[in-house]
Design a protein around this ligand. Structure first.
Ligand code: UDP
Ligand code: MG
Length: 330
């Protein structure tokens, strides 16, 4: 489904909560996930759907999802044509959501489904965005937590949108927020940033983050680094400005050094020691220039990507949701 596809009139929507689950090699968690979501949602007594996006899994995730769909029609499955990454998978799910509110949830049960009633309660109080903020992160290394902390500090310094720290993609988004997100044209999606960028009235609820239920994380430090670069370049132009300021500072220092050289030669007749100082300045300036070019390259590459206007994701097949009435019948 593309953002422009027709959707049911929200007034007559028959689903309250759309739970959106991007799945990449999650076969070990899906059954437990479904059981826990169903228990919580049936208890809450709200009509719900669970949209699982198979993001190019190499294991039997898709087969399990289809089995779940046949068992319970409220489980809808979107199979992407390959691995597009979590941000794209999430976008696919948000685009397909029929609910009045959408709740992205990790398939590995690191986000407890038991928190959903609380999110819904705050939404009923009139909030459009309800962030689930992590009080603790079990089973994650010290380095990962520290780097996440540094990243949030840097990005919030550099950009105008306040990205709440310790908030993953687990949150509640109301229909107006969903529509605002769908109206954003960018292809490269740093979801946490976009969620914050659209604004709306938001509030927080708090929880303790559990370790992964099964399988292992696909986010290596390299991928996390790239996500961080994506976040910063999507939401801040400070690195571009820094290059200019750095250039200015270096030129100023070079000028002062030149003045000092002239004076010291005139006053003391010092012969200028050439080779080492030339090498040092040359290499230093070369490095600074390459770094500045690299920063420009990061932005240029993103402009190039955007200018191609490729779709964010491609859907191979969809199970459920073609007829909205099916969504509420188990
Ligand atoms: N995921 C995805 N596509 C990917 C990588 C991950 O859809 O290319 C999903 C994954 O199945 C899980 C969620 O994104 O539901 C979070 O991934 P993970 O648990 O690996 O990340 P972490 O919790 O370590 O940040
Ligand atoms: Mg996880």
């Amino acid at each position: 489904m593309t953002p422009s596809s027709p959707r049911p009139d929200p007034q007559h929507s028959i689903v309250t909560a759309s739970i959106i689950v991007p799945c990449h090699n999650e076969s070990g968690s899906l059954q437990t996930l479904y059981t826990r979501v169903r228990a919580v949602m049936d208890e809450a007594g709200e009509p719900w759907e669970m949209i699982c996006i198979n993001d190019g899994s190499g294991d039997d995730t898709l087969l399990q999802l289809i089995a779940l769909h046949h068992q319970d029609r409220r489980v809808r499955v979107i199979d992407l044509s390959r691995n597009f990454g979590k941000e794209a998978a999430l976008t696919a799910g948000l685009d397909a959501a029929l609910g009045e509110a959408a709740i992205p949830l990790d398939a590995d049960l690191q986000d407890p489904p038991e928190l959903i009633p609380e999110l819904l309660a705050r939404w009923r109080e009139g909030f459009d965005v309800v962030n689930a903020v992590r009080l603790s992160r079990e089973g994650e290394s010290w380095l990962k937590r520290a780097s996440a902390h540094v990243f949030y500090r840097i990005i919030n310094r550099m950009s105008d949108v306040g990205i709440p720290p310790d908030t993953g993609d687990f949150r509640l988004l109301s229909r107006p927020v969903l529509e605002a997100l769908q109206a954003l044209p960018e292809r490269r999606r740093f979801m946490k940033g976009l969620f914050a960028w659209v604004g709306f009235r938001s509030t927080n609820v708090y929880y303790h983050r559990a370790p992964r239920h099964a399988g292992k994380t696909t986010w290596s430090y390299w991928r996390l680094w790239n996500l961080a670069v994506e976040g910063i370049t999507s939401f801040s132009q400070v690195p571009l400005q820094l290059a200019a300021y750095l250039g200015f500072a270096v030129s100023l220092l070079a000028f002062l050094y030149a003045v000092w050289l002239v004076i010291s030669t005139l006053a003391y007749g010092n012969p200028v020691k050439g080779y080492p100082s030339i090498m040092v300045t040359l290499l230093f300036l070369g490095g600074v220039q390459l770094m500045a070019l690299g920063v420009i390259g990061e932005y240029l590459g993103r402009i190039y990507e955007e200018s191609k206007h490729r779709p964010i994701y491609l859907v191979r097949q969809v199970w459920g949701g073609e007829h909205p009435t099916q969504a509420v019948q188990p």
